[in-house]
Design a protein around this ligand. Structure first.
Ligand code: OAD
Length: 267
């Protein structure tokens, strides 16, 4: 089911009057760049190499500090494989739309803050500024002993686990947040502020089941923001938001923003 013109038009009206917009994105916005999501029924129709990651792999053996402690070679190799996939991917029309929204609103004295659970850096590559990375990034790795961060070269590491160049006995690990780890404090503060002060909160391509990220939409709603979800499937957020727009990010976002730009006002 795709969303109707009426639903788009109503949501666009709120967007066109907003001064501050907060957007949270998840793996779905990068699906049309060829990157696999973690969950989501929509993946059942896709070829095996595009099926949801957590349907093929067990997060407990890959995405926890304990898993890295048990088998750092296997975990590093898996994340390096994903890192190379992110490097090969290109931002799509969904990412570009959010950059366009940010530029347009900033030119009119407004603000758009993009909070992402994605580690792929595609928002930044599409030109969005000030992206808040709630789950870190796979494009940087850090030393387990010193915490020093580095950007790996654009090719696979030669050996796994990856020996740290910064401290004897240290290893490099991806600078992502694993299950059981805290989110970066500055990112959580920035997200909480954006949720508490926005007029419109837009949730794009996330299954809305992983906390605390999923909670920012609820915070925004409590503070009186108009809430919009863009997702081809229904999620736990669908019954909560003011507008649940069904469809892919690259199809719905350009329509939504074009309709908002047409309505003009502060945009
Ligand atoms: P999920 O994989 O849980 O959810 C992806 C969502 O995107 C699903 O609801 C899909 O229906 C939707 N989707 C699929 N294709 C889409 C498209 N083209 N346009 C828009 N939406 C689409 O991804 P996240 O919600 O990002 O954490 O997952 C949250 C966290 O769970 C991730 O950051 C990761 C994962 O475990 C860690 O690894 C710690």
């Amino acid at each position: 089911m795709t969303t109707s013109g009426h639903e788009i038009s109503e949501a666009a009206g709120f967007l066109s009057r907003a001064k501050r917009v907060a957007v949270i994105t998840g793996a779905g916005i990068s699906a049309e760049s060829g990157l696999r999501t973690f969950r989501g029924a929509v993946n059942a129709d896709l070829p095996a190499d595009m099926r949801a990651l957590w349907k093929e792999f067990d997060p407990a053996t890959l995405a926890t500090p304990e898993a890295f402690g048990r088998d750092p070679a296997m975990v590093s190799k898996w994340y390096d494989w994903r890192r190379l996939g992110c490097l090969a991917a290109e931002p799509n029309a969904g990412h570009a739309s959010l950059t366009g929204l940010q530029e347009r609103m900033e030119a009119g004295g407004g603000e758009v803050v993009v909070l992402t659970q994605n580690v792929d850096r595609l928002h930044q590559r599409a030109g969005t500024r000030g992206v808040v990375e709630l789950h870190g990034t796979i494009m940087e790795w850090r030393c387990t002993r010193t915490g020093t961060r580095m950007t790996p070269p654009d090719v696979a590491f030669e050996h796994y686990p990856v020996a740290s160049p910064y401290a004897e006995g240290g290893l490099l690990r991806p600078d992502v947040v694993w299950f059981g780890e805290c989110l970066p404090e500055a990112a959580v503060r920035a997200a909480a502020r954006a949720a508490a002060t926005c007029d419109v909160f837009l949730s794009v391509g996330t299954s809305a089941v992983v906390y605390p990220a999923a909670g920012f939409l609820l915070e925004a709603k409590e503070h009186g923001a108009y809430t919009i979800e863009v997702n081809p499937e229904s999620t736990p957020a669908s019954g909560v938001v003011d507008a649940s727009l069904r469809g892919t990010a690259s199809a719905v976002l350009p329509r939504l923003l074009a309709a908002a730009f047409e309505k003009g006002a502060t945009l």
